[in-house]
Design a protein around this ligand. Structure first.
Ligand SMILES: O=C(O)c1cc(=O)[nH]c(=O)n1[C@@H]1O[C@H](COP(=O)(O)O)[C@@H](O)[C@H]1O
Length: 274
């Protein structure tokens, strides 16, 4: 999917919501446990109930890999079920020496057919660039994450007073264009969004951390939106587990709709001022 196609979908749906398919068997409603594949059944019903409200789905690999070989099959079937035209992100946070990264890229882009994969930058350029060699596919690189541990390394001040996450973005700007590279910036990190936008004005940002982690969507939009929206904001638990009963899919839809309506207002405000 191209950047223009992604923006067109955002405009059409008045949404920049990404729903995280972080499906935990311990949290899915009891009545689904009699299904042949409860996780797949849960995902299907969530997708049916929400696909008109979001522009992307992001299954986190941990939730599927933890189920063994069957989990991989569930992930593949979930991805197949996502309607054409929605952006799919394998949240795998990979990155290794070059030939290994190439095989990871094949796994997510060719075998699973995802549009994007999350990648960790710690091993540097030759660990990230193999993911950038796939036409029409996207690398989403961790820059400033939503968790408390982001303080350990990402906020370290370098000799020139630049913070490490700023250096990561500044350096990666030379690796990939805004048509193939996005950055992860946590919704809990809005005080740094202005700086992120200074360094990467055109790149899309994947912003997890609203909902269960308490991030502020309004502030994300105020400091992070660019002329093509430039944001995919993820929520997982606050949507998936909005209800735990037989009506869980309707409850998930209601939670997604609430976020989408706020997004529609934020888009309206941003583009009427532009
Ligand atoms: O790469 C990510 O998606 C990610 C980066 C980050 O900084 N923080 C973060 O929470 N995530 C992921 O985003 C999702 C957040 O889930 P909820 O907190 O349930 O909305 C999880 O799949 C996390 O692994």
């Amino acid at each position: 999917m191209t950047r223009e196609q992604l923006f067109a979908q955002i405009q059409q749906k008045r949404s920049f919501l990404c729903i995280g398919l972080d499906t935990d068997p311990a949290k899915i409603p009891a009545h689904l446990h009699s299904a042949a594949d409860p996780v797949l059944e849960f995902n299907r019903q969530i997708i049916d109930a929400t696909h008109d409200l979001c522009v992307a789905y992001k299954p986190n690999l941990a939730f599927y890999e933890s189920l063994g070989p069957k989990g991989w099959e569930t992930l593949a079937q979930t991805l197949d079920y996502i309607p054409e035209g929605l952006f799919t992100i394998a949240d795998a946070k990979r990155g290794d020496i070059g030939n290994t990264s190439s095989m990871y890229a094949k796994a997510f882009f060719e075998t699973l057919g995802c549009d994007a994969v999350t990648v960790a930058p710690y091993m540097g350029e030759d660990s990230v660039t193999p993911f950038l060699n796939f036409e029409g596919k996207w690398v989403i690189m961790l820059a400033l994450t939503s968790n408390a541990g982001s303080l350990n390394f990402q906020m370290l001040e370098l000799q020139n007073r630049e913070l490490l996450f700023e250096k990561v973005i500044r350096t990666a700007q030379k690796w990939g264009s805004a048509d193939q590279l996005m950055y992860v910036v946590g919704a809990t990190q809005t005080t740094h969004l202005r700086k992120v936008r200074e360094l990467a004005p055109d790149h899309f940002l994947l912003v997890p951390g609203i909902g269960a982690q308490g991030g502020d969507l309004e502030a994300v939009a105020r400091f992070g939106m660019n002329r093509q929206c430039g944001l995919l904001v993820n929520a997982s638990r606050s949507i998936l587990y909005a209800g735990r009963g037989k009506d869980f899919a309707q409850q998930a839809r209601a939670a997604a709709q609430q976020v989408q309506q706020q997004m529609a207002e934020l888009l309206e405000r941003h583009f009427s001022q532009a």
